[in-house]
Design a protein around this ligand. Structure first.
Ligand SMILES: O=c1ccn([C@@H]2O[C@H](COP(=O)(O)O)[C@@H](O)[C@H]2O)c(=O)[nH]1
Length: 236
């Protein structure tokens, strides 16, 4: 999908109702950011909310992290493409057959296909927590392995921590899109995030898109918080 927005910021609209999500979108500017609809908001507000955001001029990242049998995931990403979203994602740990099925399913959308992104290891996960799930590899190696598989299956990029971005760009190439949540401006609360970096650190490590929720949406003035982050990135 051809994009009109040069900003790297994707604001996570993590709300439990349509009115709150649209009120936040109304305080933002589609020329300065994209927006992300995740599991909570989509479960409560559904496709209508996604269409409403698209109609308001926002490029939408549908962050549902699909993980299922290949046929189901292929159908799900096609449904997302029909909604007009700019980006959609699947769990890279769902396997290569699943990722290839998703990638193949989007071919019929040609140039208007959404970016297809694989989730590697969640930014809330520590190395110890990953090991406890039975993954024997060190966390960074696991991220690189999943990203390499995502690339070979035809995905456009991955979700990872910005801490892994520099290495991933080396391994997967500069065109492979890196979407990085776990972004925390200096002094802001990490909350449940564990592998964090500041906005300017993330960009300097090679992140293409920064997913930012609470540091913007919980700010007294979300638009000002967004503008301050953009200024920090621009080095102003
Ligand atoms: O690895 C991941 C994948 C997705 N997320 C999502 O990003 C936002 C982050 O919100 P903050 O308030 O800035 O922490 C949230 O919607 C997560 O579901 C992630 O954090 N890490």
């Amino acid at each position: 999908m051809h994009s009109q927005v040069s900003s790297p910021i994707i604001v996570a609209l993590d709300y439990d109702n349509t009115d709150a999500a649209l009120a936040m979108a109304g305080q933002l500017d589609p020329a300065l950011c994209r927006v992300k609809v995740g599991k909570e908001l989509f479960t409560i507000a559904g496709p209508e909310l996604v269409r409403a955001l698209v109609e308001r001029g926002f490029e939408v990242f549908l962050d549902l992290k699909f993980h299922d049998i290949p046929n189901t995931v292929a159908s799900a990403v096609k449904a997302a493409a029909r909604l007009g979203v700019w980006m959609v994602n699947v769990h890279a740990s769902g396997g290569e057959r699943m990722m290839s099925a998703a990638s193949d399913a989007l071919k019929e959308f040609g140039d208007s296909k959404p970016l297809l992104i694989g989730v590697t290891v969640l930014t809330s996960t520590t190395p110890e927590e990953l090991a406890a799930t039975g993954v024997a590899k060190p966390l960074k190696e696991q991220v690189i392995d999943l990203a390499s598989k995502a690339k070979s299956c035809g995905l456009d990029g991955v979700v990872c921590s910005a801490r892994e971005a520099q290495e991933l760009k080396k391994v997967c190439g500069s065109d492979f899109v890196l979407v990085t949540p776990g972004i925390r401006p200096t002094g802001s609360d990490a909350g449940d995030q564990r592998r964090t970096l500041t906005p300017s650190e993330a960009i300097s490590q090679g992140a293409d898109y920064l997913v930012i929720g609470r540091p913007i949406t919980a700010a007294a003035n979300p638009l000002r918080a967004l503008q301050e982050i953009l200024s920090e990135i621009a080095g102003k």
